[in-house]
Design a protein around this ligand. Structure first.
Ligand code: BGC
Length: 512
């Protein structure tokens, strides 16, 4: 009897052990299969985002071609190539105290800049930075500008209460408004459309300066909107103020864009443009650039389709700070949907834009041996605790692929502009004349850059700089200098307010 019980027990144990073992084997097979799927998602992402130099050169050419098309006719390209009517950049002789208001990405800034009349003599600038309340980004123009004018008035009163000299003349303001605007003069222009999540519908088509000027007057503040500019133009103005070889400026922040100095006679769509300098600043609005050579993945297609502006701002959606974290979230979500390597599934993964690009950068640059920062951010953002180390490594790799593509495409965009203005060295770098008789000596060329994506995200910066070198080649690359202009979009507006209040801008007009 006893033997039978023992035998039955032993048999039972064996069966149980077999069941446990088979469950474990099944689990481990499932885990391995799941892991293989996750790795496949990564490999497909890498293939889809590949940017070999050959492809970058195609993007360079496409950018230059689209620039020509956008200058040839209104609507001739997805690149709007907007006239800014800024024909003269600050000379360095500007003097006095000017204000600037910078409305662009997630923050808005108010500045007071004192200019000493000598190049590099910005005596001081004071700054107030505030986040734009989320509800105002989709409210009415009246509410938005009332809030801005109130903050501006508070700032002016605070600043002037510390100042020893009293304000004698009417205050002059440079207004940096970083959205596509069809300028009608240096100080006025109508909003074409919103980008970067803003959507104050009653503003579209209206004169942006007028809206601000009205709100300022209603607050009883004696101030004139002297110039209305894009942030790229402010950056170019400050870049040029410090270094006359600066010919183009690029923003890599929440959004992305570039402007550059163009010959007035190259702007075919505006034949009558007469400028004292013979050149003028053109705002590309390159966020909307598109080319079949851009490496586009299913994540980009879905992000675009789910966005409030589908088929719009395609280049920006691959490059700028507003979108990079969102692309990474979509890839992680895809991995989770294809396998069960991380269970239970967190519903936070479904929340659009929950992974901000700053956090993505922090994960990408986590150099701790066990990637503890990656684990912390995945837990805080998606509520996924204890992510295993191999998955953390995968997340770092996703960030790397997404940022590398963005930075390399950005570099191709810059070289595209240089190519358009003959500064990419493609005509040779030696001194002397080409067959046609034109000079082809490569000149030192400075690109002014502003924006947190470039200044705060080391890997983005390194990939961009590396790609510039690869596209231009080792003979030409040393002639091209990328220079960060801190707060250029704001200080540049004050500089332009100063130069336009003093300059003989009557000569710079469009003849009809
Ligand atoms: C806007 C541009 C701006 C850029 C950088 C884009 O979304 O359309 O006007 O220059 O962001 O702020």
């Amino acid at each position: 009897m006893g033997k039978v019980v023992v035998a039955a027990l032993a048999a039972g144990c064996t069966v149980a052990a077999c069941v446990v073992a088979s469950v474990m084997v099944r689990r481990s097979v499932r885990r391995r299969r799941g892991w293989r799927r996750v790795v496949r998602v990564l490999e497909e992402l890498e293939e889809g985002c590949a940017t070999p130099v050959g492809r970058l050169r195609q993007v360079v050419d496409a950018m230059a071609v689209e620039m020509h098309a956008g200058l040839a006719s209104e609507g001739g390209s997805k690149l709007k190539m907007l006239l800014t009517y800024v024909h003269n950049l600050p000379t360095g002789n500007e003097k006095g105290t000017y204000y600037a208001l910078d409305l662009g990405g997630t923050n808005f800034r108010v500045l007071r800049v004192q200019l000493g009349g000598q190049r590099s003599a910005i005596i001081r600038h004071d700054l107030d930075r505030q986040p734009i309340p989320q509800n105002l980004m989709t409210s009415t123009s009246e509410e938005l500008f009332d809030f801005i004018a109130t903050s501006l008035k508070d700032f002016v009163e605070r600043e002037e209460s510390f100042s020893l000299t009293s304000q004698q003349e009417r205050r002059e303001l440079g207004f940096t408004f970083s959205y596509p605007v069809k300028q009608t003069s240096t100080s006025s222009g109508n909003l074409i459309k919103w980008t970067k999540g803003f959507s104050v519908e009653d503003m579209v088509g209206r004169d942006v300066s007028e809206c601000l000027q009205q709100a300022i007057s209603q607050k009883g503040l004696d101030m004139r909107v002297a110039v209305l500019i894009n942030d790229t133009v402010g950056t170019l103005a400050l870049g040029h103020y410090h270094d006359e070889d600066t010919v183009t400026a690029v923003i890599f922040g929440t959004g992305t864009n570039a402007c550059y100095l163009e010959r007035a006679d190259a702007i075919i769509k505006c034949q009558g443009l007469i400028t004292t300098s013979g050149s003028t600043v053109v705002n590309l609005e390159w966020g909307n650039f598109w080319s079949s050579h851009l490496p586009r993945t299913s994540y980009d297609i879905d992000l675009d389709a789910d966005s409030p502006n589908p088929n719009d701002q395609g280049f920006e959606k691959m490059i700028s700070g507003m979108y990079l974290g969102e692309i990474v979230r979509r890839v992680i979500l895809q991995m989770m949907q294809e396998s069960d390597v991380l269970r239970p599934f967190s519903s936070k993964l479904d929340v659009p834009f929950i992974l901000r690009t700053q956090l993505m950068a922090a994960m990408h640059e986590d150099d701790s041996p066990n990637l503890s920062e990656v684990a912390r951010i995945l837990n805080d953002t998606f509520e996924i605790p204890d992510v295993p180390l191999n998955f953390r490594k995968l997340v770092v790799k996703i960030c790397d692929v997404v940022t590398c593509r963005a930075a390399r495409l950005a570099a191709a965009g810059i070289v595209g502009i240089l190519k358009k203005i003959g500064r990419d060295g493609s005509g040779g770098i030696a001194s002397g004349k080409t067959k046609g008789g034109s000079q082809n000596k490569m000149r030192r060329t400075v690109v002014a850059v502003e924006g947190g994506l470039y200044t705060n995200y080391r890997m983005f910066r390194e990939y961009l700089n590396e790609a510039m070198g690869q596209i231009l080649g080792e003979d030409v690359a040393p002639y091209v200098v990328i220079r960060v202009t801190e707060d250029g979009s704001g200080i540049g507006a004050a500089l332009l307010a100063a130069s336009h209040s003093a300059s003989s801008s009557a000569l710079d007009r469009v003849s009809t």
